[in-house]
Design a protein around this ligand. Structure first.
Ligand SMILES: Cc1cc2nc3c(=O)[nH]c(=O)nc-3n(C[C@H](O)[C@H](O)[C@H](O)COP(=O)(O)OP(=O)(O)OC[C@H]3O[C@@H](n4cnc5c(N)ncnc54)[C@H](O)[C@@H]3O)c2cc1C
Length: 447
């Protein structure tokens, strides 16, 4: 069964945003009280915030999206520095939401095959995940962050989301419904709201606050939600390279004693690199600059016996991102929910951070589309239902990425390496196991 249609035959891309997102339909929200009143206020206007706000507005909730415009430039020569691998489940949701139609198909890359190497385990075969053998069209798709932001901004504008570009600076405790004198009065009489303060003193009342304000979430801190943080003492160095031959939609990953190096296929003859390296190595890589970095990476790949296409030029400025894991002790508080990186940040080795965030959106929109949620999306039973559904996938991904990282970082003893090599060979040698793993990932995706 194909769950994932070929993006090159996707519907016609829409043109640029027809009007600035910030104009939204603000008039809809006019209120005689000093505080604006909405059903749901989404904090943070990057990918997670944009996607969430448009999805909730389409369910019929009055939504505000709060936060400065993310800095991004669309259609860059040499591609955006930020490239995401999206799972079939995430892409299918984006298609349902109409988001995929706004993304230019010629800027999408396909991953049909994934080669995973583990040199520290000795001469083990690579594990190759193959979409064709698992009877799928693709394992995943690569897309620039700028395309996702553009699609999200367009959807937010068209869904009539109130767009406020100020940052959140404060939240009040829950407010009794009796104080909500106008605007949503009938709906609010039975419930409560939370009041937030934005820069320049503007205030807003919402029955539910959704935090999409990233790894350093201010909303999380203001709400007093603690989080467990693990510092990998490493950074991910990213750069895009032109390659000398067709990549044939193959992705590559090496678990090495110098970190985890991944190459993801971009459209045409280009590959996107993510090298998650211990901090001293990452610093050295960043000090090289584009062309020297390419030479260094190519030499390293050759030392690993790489079967990936040769890297011939560096297409853009390299960038680096410090690597942490951060898990909120609870993704929810009274009338408040944290989503995506605000709730959980995981190591990017599996390319699943945003996919996990899209999984959050899928569950939240499902919970809030039920009749029981309609009169009050911030009521505790709705939020608890959401939290129960998301606990397991987040914990599983955090466990998998952290354990894998630590296992390779600590340089396995000969005995552990032998056990690891045995397990690795079982997976590498069995297309049945590979297909089962792929199907599991595709069926559940970010869920
Ligand atoms: C190297 C690397 C590679 C990755 N690769 C992948 C991949 O292949 N696939 C994948 O699925 N994931 C990947 N990820 C993870 C992915 O990058 C993140 O999960 C995703 O970008 C999180 O998006 P977000 O919108 O939640 O947060 P952010 O992008 O951090 O956005 C947060 C927004 O909140 C705003 N904000 C902050 N404070 C306030 C405030 N007080 N008021 C209002 N607004 C505020 C900010 O301005 C920003 O716009 C990768 C991560 C890294 C580091």
């Amino acid at each position: 069964m194909n769950v994932f249609s070929n993006p090159h035959t996707a519907p016609m891309p829409l043109s640029e945003i027809p009007f600035p997102a910030r104009q939204g339909s603000s008039a809809l929200f006019a209120s005689s009280s000093s505080a604006l009143q909405v059903d749901i206020a989404v904090i943070g206007a990057s990918v997670a915030g944009l996607f969430t706000a448009q999805a909730l507005a389409k369910l019929g909730y009055r939504c505000a999206l709060i936060g400065p415009e993310p800095v991004y430039a669309r259609h860059q020569v040499g591609f955006d520095q930020r490239i995401f691998a999206l799972s079939p489940a995430s892409w299918a949701w984006m298609q349902d939401q109409g988001l995929s139609a706004a993304i230019q198909s010629q800027r999408l890359g396909l991953i049909n095959r994934m080669h995973i190497h583990a040199p520290p385990l000795g001469s083990v075969e690579p594990i190759v995940f193959d979409a064709y053998r698992a009877a799928l069209e693709q394992l995943a798709l690569t897309v620039e962050q700028s395309e996702l932001i553009a699609a999200g901004q367009q959807a937010v504008a068209m869904a009539g989301v109130l767009r406020l570009q100020e940052s959140l600076v404060g939240i009040d405790p829950p407010v009794l419904g009796a104080r909500a004198a106008s605007g949503l009065q009938s709906a609010l009489q039975a419930g409560q709201t939370r009041r937030i303060t934005l820069e320049h003193g503007k205030t807003l009342e919402a029955r539910l606050l959704v935090g999409c304000d990233g790894a350093h979430s201010g909303l999380r801190k203001l709400a007093g939600i603690t989080s467990r943080r693990f510092d990998y003492k490493a950074s991910a160095v990213v750069a895009n390279f032109a390659c000398g031959s067709q990549h044939r939609h193959s992705a590559y990953q090496w678990f090495t004693d110098q970190g985890i190096l991944a190459l993801l296929p971009l459209p045409g003859q280009a590959l996107s690199m993510v090298w998650s390296a211990p901090q001293p190595i990452a610093d050295r890589l960043m000090s090289l600059g584009g062309e020297s970095l390419r030479r260094h990476v190519q030499a390293f790949l050759e030392s690993l016996g790489s079967d990936a296409p040769v890297l011939v030029s560096c297409l853009n400025q390299p960038a680096s991102f410090p690597l942490i894991e951060s898990l909120s002790d609870s993704p929810t508080a009274q009338r408040l929910l944290l989503l995506a990186d605000a709730a959980h940040v995981v190591h990017p080795m599996a390319g699943q951070g945003l996919n996990l965030g899209i999984g959050d959106m899928i569950e939240l929109t499902d919970v809030l589309s039920r009749p029981a949620s309609r009169h009050d999306p911030g009521q505790a039973p709705c939020l608890e239902r959401y939290v129960r559904r998301r606990a397991e996938p987040v914990a599983a991904l955090s466990l998998l990425t952290r354990r894998l990282y630590q296992w390779f970082e600590q340089r396995p003893t000969p005995l552990l390496a032998a056990i690891g090599a045995w397990g690795w060979s079982r997976v590498a040698g069995s297309s049945l196991i590979q297909s089962a793993l792929i199907r599991q990932a595709v069926r559940h995706g970010p869920n």
